[in-house]
Design a protein around this ligand. Sequence first.
Ligand code: AMP
Length: 289
Amino acid sequence: MKTLDSIAEVRRALAQPRRAGRRIGLVPTMGAFHAGHLSLMRRAREECDVVVVSLFVNPTQFNDPADLTAYPRDPDRDAALAADIGVDYLFAPPADEVYPSGFATTVSVGGVTEPLEGAHRGRGHFDGVSTVVAKLFNIVAPDVAYFGQKDAQQALVIRRLVRDLDMPVSIEICPTVREPDGLALSSRNAHLSATDRSRAAALHRALDAIQAAVSSGERDPVTARARAMTELEAAQIEPDYLELVSAETLAPVGTIDGNVLAVLAARVGGTRLIDNELIRANHTGNGRP
Ligand code: AMP
């Protein structure tokens, strides 16, 4: 694996494989790799001829400067893990390579950016995400890019971005990788104290409680949500939001049918965590479809 830190080097490295018609896959990340990141890289390795992983802690998507400063970083370990999987190129640019002086453009997606994370973290968060992802797509020009379902709203934003701006890249969304107790892997889990780490498992229990309610026939989102709140309250967790929304538009649903996403964000100790689960309304739990 080669580590590259300039845009020019990336373009040079990919020119020949691109001319030869090789399939180029990109996995955008902010580093501090865990099994979630590695699952995206493995999938890219299986499906592509050339795998590029970007590692860039994008300052413009952090609404909280303290979160940016505290964001876990371990570039040497990250490089070793990516090399192990067989990644070809790790693109790890410094901030001024991505945002040189005079940088003045923002790519801003409407609609799906507005609720949930957009409402809680502010407009700037998804503007930062869409701008850096648009740049990465222009730098790498991948045939396919891999993202995680863990960040469900981000995945919808990227799909919208690519459709609206006619970007010639396919977007693959990979399943959320979890700890044995259900906690979704996240670089921020490293900040949890031992007590908060065990409390944090309540997030997934809450989402599971919604699925359990729906599987036993519940179709009212208010009642299903109340089941999840019981799990959170038992762990003394007050959510930023806990909602049942359309998996396509993120609009709140009045009744549970079709593709419904249960979405949740909460601070556990000082650490803000997010999770989500696609709720299946056709599983009745009594064996009937
Ligand atoms: P990040 O480094 O947190 O920006 O994440 C980089 C990519 O990994 C994003 O597409 C995330 O959605 C994805 N990702 C993060 N956590 C997980 C997880 N637990 N399972 C699967 N994908 C994940």
